[in-house]
Design a protein around this ligand. Sequence first.
Ligand SMILES: *Cc1c(COP(=O)(O)O)cnc(C)c1O
Length: 193
Amino acid sequence: MTLVAISKTHDTSMILPALDAGQQVFGENRVQEAAAKWPPLKARYPDVELHLVGPLQTNKARDAVQLFDVIETVDRPKLALVLAREMAKLDRRPKCYVQVNTGKEAQKAGLHPADADAFITVCRDTHGLPIAGLMCIPPADEEPSLHFALLKKIADRNDLGEISMGMSGDFEIAVQFGASHVRVGTAIFGARG
Ligand SMILES: *Cc1c(COP(=O)(O)O)cnc(C)c1O
């Protein structure tokens, strides 16, 4: 089980103590913010693994491929295509997770669960993306277990070993339901300002 320390909104002075304590896996939700904070930190701590956990616009795909080691939010065909192109150009292949909208919420990114298998196949076979796992953000007002169980089921039937689910409020439940990665911000760094 891997703890992804979500350091969004926190500056370097907050992140350094975590790095010095040995934490190596971090997550950010904005490409621009991460591009401002992380290059010097990555130079100093070369074993850091940086995850993108927020929505990715195609015009930021190049920067994302350059900076991140895992892109957790692959969620539409156009983005898959652009990521594949940028990976080829930059000769860099960060691992990708497909985001699944397990709650089928209109305002939330991610594949409808019924469309996930087909999309994973297109990402792998048409675009050759290194799809390693799935991620989800369950609806805030629902019991998360059913969502975690659904994500695990989709991962298993697609032979995907990395399952990113669970945040500060529900990571224990996510682990019980098979998370390989939990994304925890507030419980590590405190409330965001
Ligand atoms: C901010 C964020 C987290 C961390 O949330 P906390 O409740 O602070 O632990 C996890 N995942 C995503 C996608 C986020 O944007």
